[in-house]
Design a binder for this molecule. Structure first.
Ligand code: PGA
Ligand code: ZN
Length: 420
């Protein structure tokens, strides 16, 4: 059994040029090093208030090199739950602000990598064990707005889901075509203004609905059938829109009540091939989530991101209220892999769907792809189809799909989105 010999923290930089924290966990038998695992904490811009708190990167490094290292030395690296519980206990705060959620997630993930490395198997395989797994279906951003592209459209993510694709690789092929087509359309009308934080085109539009029509146009330009081949997924990140008692659409110079926003979304579902809507209402607006799920939940995925913040307790409350039907899993929202898995377990128990997701501030770290495959989570969201912190993850998915080969379970896109 491999035990932890050393834990090291390092201050590194993310895709927005901001400091973040990397952890390395060295494991061995006795004092002989056998393997090393490494992971980097991501960070969000549209964070939910219920998220575990990241601390200053230098302070997180200090926590790793001090208290966390002391606590984890000699611990069996295969005991992920024991490792995570120890760090949670050591932190001792409900929001992990003492050691920092960024320190915790970097170490938690680095331990998972070290365990896999000691066993000489890829992380996804170590997590899956003897279970057969499928490749996850990507949600890929084409236009990025909201907090990720200030002064543009109010909605955060206009994404596509290749609902008719037969493999992960085919989903990426189709996405490349749609992404290029969307860029060409913008260029044609002189509205190509670079990309937002996650690599989606910076959207220069007059209304929040216009990108939907553009997306349908881009899908068709790419030679694909909107709705049949490629569906649309939205993330409103609506907590960011809520001010002074209303959902503010600054671009359109108007504020909407929950009821008006609900009606607008229902109209959009009628008009466009929308298959998934994330955070349609603010994190506190459970009544609106409930009403929207009752009206639209049998037609589209309704995803809670800021609404659930990967918290098992918040998810269980949502399940009780029948609010949303899908949970977004961002390990750094809660701090450890064990707590992320507990949230996934609660979702599965209740028949809720799950999506593993990156953050808007990312790095070359590709751990989340392994988590989605290894845990058998059928969907993956990592931003757009540009910038290497995103492409590193899509490309890792291609490698995993190739390694799985004929042993993979059927690709779940059609089952998830075209069942009826
Ligand atoms: P964040 O946004 O990482 O900035 O919180 C991503 C999302 O809302 O899904
Ligand atoms: Zn979100």
């Amino acid at each position: 059994m491999a035990r932890i010999i050393d834990v090291r923290g390092r201050r590194v930089w993310d895709s927005r040029g901001r400091a973040t924290v990397e952890a390395e966990v060295v494991v061995g038998r006795g004092s002989t090093p056998l393997a090393m695992g490494r992971a980097i904490a991501p960070s969000g811009a549209s964070t939910g208030s219920g998220e575990a708190k990241a601390i200053d990167a230098a302070a997180a490094v200090q926590a790793i090199n001090g208290r966390i290292r002391d606590a984890l030395k000699a611990h069996s690296v295969s005991d992920q739950e024991g490792i995570d519980r120890k760090m949670i206990e050591l932190d001792g705060t409900p929001d992990r602000h003492r050691l920092g959620a960024n320190a915790l997630i970097a170490v938690s993930l680095a331990c998972a990598h070290a365990d896999a490395a000691a066993r000489k198997v890829p992380l996804w395989k170590n997590l899956a064990g003897t279970r057969r797994v499928a490749m996850p279906v990507p949600q890929i951003q084409i236009f990025g707005g909201g907090a990720h592209a200030r002064g543009s459209v109010d909605l955060q993510d206009y994404m596509i889901v290749c609902v008719g694709a037969g493999s992960f690789a085919e989903s990426l092929e189709w996405t490349a075509r749609v992404y290029a087509a969307a860029g060409a359309r913008l260029a044609k009308r002189g509205a190509l203004h670079g990309v937002a934080d996650e690599g989606g085109y910076w959207p220069a539009f007059k209304s929040n609905e216009e990108p939907l029509a553009e997306l349908v146009g881009a899908i068709a330009d790419a030679g694909l059938e909107p709705g049949t081949d490629v569906g649309i997924a939205l993330d409103l990140a609506a907590t960011q829109l809520y001010r002074a008692g209303a959902y503010q659409l600054a671009l359109e110079n108007r504020g909407l009540t929950s009821g008006q926003l609900h009606a607008m979304l229902m109209r959009w579902i009628e008009r466009y091939p929308i298959v998934s809507i994330e955070d349609p209402f603010a994190e506190h607006d459970a009544a609106a989530m409930q009403a929207f799920t009752a009206d639209a939940g049998d037609r589209v995925q309704i995803v809670g991101d800021d609404f659930f913040v990967t918290s098992e307790a918040r998810l269980r409350e949502g399940i009780r209220l029948k609010a949303a039907n899908t949970v977004l899993l961002k390990p750094n929202q809660v701090g450890t892999l064990t707590e992320t898995l507990a949230c996934l377990g609660a979702a599965r128990e209740a028949g809720y769907r799950a999506i593993v997701s990156a953050r808007s501030g990312e790095t070359e770290d590709v751990s989340i792809v392994h988590l989605a495959v290894g845990w058998g989570v059928p969907q993956l969201k990592v931003g757009s189809f540009a910038r290497s912190e995103r492409m590193a993850k899509w490309n890792e998915g291609l490698r995993i799909e190739e390694a799985l080969g004929a042993k993979a379970l059927p690709y779940p896109a059609r089952r998830l989105f075209r069942a009826s």
